[in-house]
Write a protein that binds this ligand. Structure first.
Ligand code: NDP
Length: 360
């Protein structure tokens, strides 16, 4: 059983050498009377929050830290090989927390969701139909309190969460603008040919073009090319922003505050630009909160999992009717998972970063 383990704690930007692939000799099997599951992992999700789990824990335990030498765990899609749990049987598919390895013993199956609808790509359950989709759905509809016709701005908009927030907002009847970094990508460090093939395809799919032409955003700009973010936002939103869906933090948040409308709402989903800095950047335009009566709220998706059935009921038909599309960046092979994960922090991914462990 191949596994990816944390080699040493991450400080600053994560590197692929902070993780390593090893061969485990331990024979995984369900113990007599256990209510766990033995699963074969198919697809793994790369998520920015995983970086926090790789850092020496002196921060509040928002997520449980990995230890050097221990297995990396994260969200994924898996097939049940053996089950001691009444809700799952051999052959079932599920998504939830699993290991970055070929086979995993899941000891808390109640945290996993059984996959009932398989007439969509299974990898979607790492993103669109899993935690990522729920993040976009709960963040937009529950936290942003949108109204038809409002103006919405999304940062890291072509990413896993952002592309969905934009499409939900468009379907809801909002005016939607996104920012993304569209610098061409350098994949020289990636080892295998299949990864390179995916990468070359992605180079041509510039992120800003995706926003406008694939996801149907009303407008978009490249945040790496705009020297003056305030001017770019004023150009896109001459009347101001009602809703900001925050994925990056730092300078972008500071600039957005200048363009927020009266009674605007900001959903703090993530602040990826700050995750690897020793000192977070200061925010200078805070008085706008008072003058414009802005409401800002952070959220964590797991608080909203009770909405999952309602979410599926809404989104599955939208996928079938072609109203929601989804772009994934697929990396083949568990051995390439560390490189795929760290690519999130330089914007190397185009869309949801997925790792294929096995196709069946
Ligand atoms: P993405 O697919 O959007 O990948 C991350 C993207 O962030 C990159 O592609 C890049 O896009 C951008 N980025 C990376 N580094 C920087 C930087 N230094 N400055 C500005 N942008 C940067 O990831 P997700 O969609 O999975 O996650 C998006 C955000 O949502 C993250 O902040 C994540 O932590 C958060 N999140 C929060 C959850 C919650 O429960 N609150 C749940 C899931 C995610 P580009 O090239 O366009 O700049």
């Amino acid at each position: 059983d191949k596994q990816v383990i944390l080699r040493d704690y991450v400080s600053g930007f994560p590197k692929d050498t902070n993780m390593e692939l090893r061969e485990s000799t331990m024979k995984l099997r369900l113990l007599e009377g256990s209510n766990g599951l033995l699963v074969k992992n198919l697809y793994l999700s790369c998520d920015p929050y995983m970086k926090f789990r790789m850092t020496k824990p002196d921060v509040p335990d928002y997520v449980q830290a990995f230890r050097p030498g221990s297995l990396i765990t994260g969200y994924g899609v898996a097939r049940v090989l053996e089950s001691g749990h009444p809700d799952f049987k051999k052959g079932d598919l599920l998504w939830g927390l699993t290991g970055w390895e070929e086979y995993t013993l899941i000891t808390a199956p109640e945290t996993c969701f059984k996959i009932e609808h398989t007439n969509v790509p299974l990898s979607y359950y790492t993103g669109l139909l899993g935690k990522t989709g729920m993040t976009a759905y709960a963040g937009f509809f529950e936290v942003c309190s949108p109204k038809k016709g409002e103006t919405v701005f999304i940062s890291a908009a072509s990413g896993a969460v952002g592309q969905l927030v934009g499409q939900f907002a468009k379907l809801f009847g909002c005016y939607v603008v996104g920012s993304a970094g569209s610098k061409e990508k350098s994949y020289c460090s990636l080892p295998n040919f299949i990864v390179l093939k995916v990468a070359f395809a992605a180079i041509f799919a510039k992120k800003v073009d995706l926003l406008k032409n694939k996801f149907g955003f009303d407008d978009a700009f490249n945040c790496k090319e705009e020297l003056d973010l305030d001017a770019a936002l004023k150009r896109c939103f001459p009347e101001g922003i009602d809703i900001y869906f925050e994925n990056v933090g730092g300078k972008m948040l500071d600039a957005v505050l200048l363009s927020m409308k009266l009674h605007g709402r900001i959903a703090i989903c993530g602040m990826i630009s700050q995750y690897n800095l020793e000192q977070p950047e200061g925010i200078h335009n805070l008085t706008n909160f008072i003058l414009k009566r802005i409401r800002m709220e952070g959220f964590v998706v797991s608080d909203y999992y009770h909405l999952y059935p309602k979410f599926l009921e809404t989104v599955l038909p939208q996928i079938k009717e072609g109203k929601i599309v989804y772009v994934e960046d697929t990396t083949e092979g568990l051995e390439n998972a560390p490189t795929a994960l760290i690519g999130l922090f330089s914007g190397r991914n185009v869309g949801k970063q997925v790792v294929v462990v096995s196709h069946e």
